[in-house]
Design a binder for this molecule. Structure first.
Ligand code: SF4
Length: 177
């Protein structure tokens, strides 16, 4: 995955969405996904070398252009393939008292295991207000569920106890503030 703390490999951006979390949201569809869920709706996001590189400052600048936004959503693709640049963005969004929603094909348990080897994953979890976790399972498809595609996926907030405490400041993990 060729991205740095300052560049994110992106598939697409939706500047205003009301279906990717609570309120009006700026949505970043990250590029690259290892999960290969059957009947995935975003197969164009799978190639880790696809999409295009965008610097995080551009994303933050675009976010700031719309004061009506409730927050940002990271979807994909698999956002946790690129936790470093997403941490930079998430920190800036939270500094503006706005929320961070992340969709992941990994379960929180898998992310916690991966975070033992890659601290930036835990840092991104600590900056996440709502995590929708788990792969899309076509046989469990349920379009009545808010924000989710299949019944196995969970909406995890900090109150559920699944997310690590929010850190006022993230230690040096190669993540720029
Ligand atoms: S995690 Fe999402 S983008 Fe990745 S294969 Fe599954 S449905 Fe598609």
């Amino acid at each position: 995955m060729s991205s740095t703390s300052h560049e994110l490999r992106v598939n697409s951006i939706v500047a205003e969405s009301i279906v990717d979390g609570p309120g009006l949201r700026y949505v970043v569809f990250t590029q690259g996904c290892p999960h290969r869920c059957h009947a995935c709706h975003n197969p164009q996001t799978h190639d880790v070398g696809g999409g295009y590189l965008l610097d995080v400052e551009t994303i933050i600048h675009q976010f700031d252009e719309n004061p009506l936004l409730a927050g940002i959503t990271f979807s994909g693709g698999e956002p946790f393939l690129q936790p470093d640049p997403l941490c930079v963005i998430a920190k800036q969004v939270r500094r503006r008292a706005k929320t961070v929603v992340v969709f992941s094909g990994f379960t929180i348990e898998a992310l916690n295991a991966l975070a033992d080897r890659r601290p930036a994953i835990r840092a991104l979890l600590s900056l996440t207000d709502i995590l929708i976790d788990g792969p899309y399972i076509d046989s469990l498809r349920d379009l009545s569920l808010p924000f989710r595609g299949s019944r196995n996926q969970r909406v995890l907030t900090r109150e559920t106890g699944f997310l690590p405490p929010t850190r006022a400041h993230t230690p040096d993990e190669g993540i720029a503030a």
